[in-house]
Design a protein around this ligand. Structure first.
Ligand SMILES: [Zn+2]
Length: 462
């Protein structure tokens, strides 16, 4: 009995596995709309029953919102690999605008396309299809070996698409039950739809709204212009001063907690062959911004940003009004990396504005919230074992990659349960998650399932 038996079982079970996924996709478990609350219960029940059918001790756990599903299965006797927790979410995004769908979002089907077979329907890629890759791998493993190769905890959430309000309290209340050696999260994609990827870095975020108030009221620009400093000009100058001519952010101490990439990660990123010309071309651009001495992937994944998301003030209606406005406003957010502390970054923004506005101008702030970046220590052997397993399954070797956005769940596992998390997923860039006509490639579903079997095999060897 070997991994090959599990892989061939996955191959022969693919039609039945697809049918099971279609069944789950028919349940309209939209988490954000209270009208669908009952369907979220049904989806959780479906998952409990499915886990039980393969011998996992599973239950639906109520929360103030939609329920969690938690399951436990012991590994075969004599195996002492790590205890693994798997996370996925069964809730889905709303379907609007419904008229742009080519089929009923909750009447999913397998479709033949020029690029191969796809499973079409809401949640097929985000995240029911991805979640089921892991369950199907476990099903095949148990069918062949009678038990899983290591202890596994299954943890499925039903509020991911609506801000996960119950997640932190649930993790805190059930910390002892959920804490394992490593978390596997399947809610991401292949790099450029082709390179299997383990996300080890996620940028954090800090944001604040700034208001500069100059004169005590809006003024006539004919009577006051020339003598009075225009708050919009002051704001514009200060915003421009946030970056120097080389694209570096000028805030005091901003780069103190920004680490350099290791040579190994740098080499892996170079090996990805990222085509930044195409990346920019797809949005109608040709020239890069950002720090001049950094590579495009560094700029997207491992370097911090300071971005203005909106600026307003004065008269913005039709026609003209010769006003010298009293106030100017801007919304600023920073993507954070490494050990950058959101509170420290927000303070440095305030210090910058206060030090540089004219002395008789007032600065005030609204909001001021943040979350640090998540950086996984790849020291846990499961990382290298999983990278090997993924490289064995896919035509391209797997790489550790970064993610420019924020996926809070990874940080929660670290902060609340003290576990490192591996984000591994098989979605493709054109899956249209959160949009009409969402799909999941049959290749993603099939090879994703096979990937988990290989990962479990590698990890459980210890
Ligand atoms: Zn998702």
């Amino acid at each position: 009995m070997s991994l090959n038996d599990v892989l061939s079982t996955i191959d022969s079970n693919l039609p039945a596995a697809t049918d099971r996924l279609l069944e789950l996709l028919r349940i309209p478990s939209v988490s954000t709309d209270p009208a669908y609350a009952e369907h979220c219960q049904t989806a959780a029940d479906w998952l409990v029953a499915d886990l039980k059918s393969i011998g996992v001790e599973a239950s639906k756990r109520q929360t103030p919102g939609h329920p969690m599903v938690v399951g436990h299965a012991e590994g075969a006797a004599g195996k002492d690999g790590p205890h693994v927790l798997f996370y996925g979410h069964y809730d889905v995004q709303p379907v609007d605008p419904i008229e742009l769908w080519d089929r009923d979002p909750f009447d999913p089907a397998v479709e033949d396309t020029a690029a191969g077979q796809v499973i079409r329907g809401r949640g097929s890629s985000d995240d029911k299809g991805q979640l089921m890759t892991f369950v199907e791998a476990c099903r095949a493993w148990i069918a062949v070996h009678g038990a899983l190769p290591c202890n596994i905890t299954f943890f499925f959430e039903g509020e991911e698409e609506s801000g996960s309000p119950s997640l932190i309290p649930f993790m805190e209340e059930n910390a002892a039950e959920l804490t394992s050696d490593i978390a596997l999260i399947c809610d991401t994609g292949l790099f450029e739809s082709k390179v299997p990827a383990i996300i080890t870095m996620l940028r954090g975020l800090a944001g604040i709204e700034v208001e500069i108030e100059g004169p005590s009221r809006d003024l006539h620009s004919g009577m006051y212009g020339g003598l009075v400093r225009n708050p919009l000009h002051v704001m514009g100058g200060l915003i421009a001063g946030l970056h120097d001519e080389n694209g570096r952010i000028t805030l005091e101490g901003f780069y103190d907690d920004v680490p350099e990439l290791s040579d190994d990660i740098r080499a892996q990123w170079q090996g990805l062959g990222f085509d930044h010309g195409k990346f920019l071309g797809d949005i109608g651009l040709t020239e890069q911004g950002g720090e001049v001495e950094r590579t495009p992937l560094e700029k997207l994944w491992s370097r911090p940003t300071c971005e203005v998301n909106g600026m307003w003030g004065g008269y913005t209606g039709d026609g003209s009004k010769t006003v010298l406005p009293s106030k100017a406003n801007a919304k600023i957010t920073c993507r954070l990396v490494g050990q950058q502390d959101p509170d420290k970054v927000l303070q440095s923004i305030k210090d910058y504005f206060e030090a540089n506005v004219p002395s008789d101008y007032k600065v005030s702030y609204k909001g001021g919230k943040g979350a640090p970046a998540a950086q996984m220590s790849v020291a846990h052997p499961a990382f290298e074992q999983s990278r090997k397993a993924l490289s064995d399954e896919w035509p391209n070797a797997a790489a550790y990659v970064g993610c420019g956005g924020s996926i809070p769940i990874a940080g929660f596992f670290k902060d609340i349960l003290g576990m490192d998390a591996m984000l591994i997923g098989f979605g493709k860039d054109d899956d249209q998650i959160h949009s009409p006509n969402e799909k999941y490639d049959m290749e993603s579903f099939h090879k994703g399932t096979r990937s988990w079997a290989r990962i479990l095999d590698e990890i459980s060897k210890g």
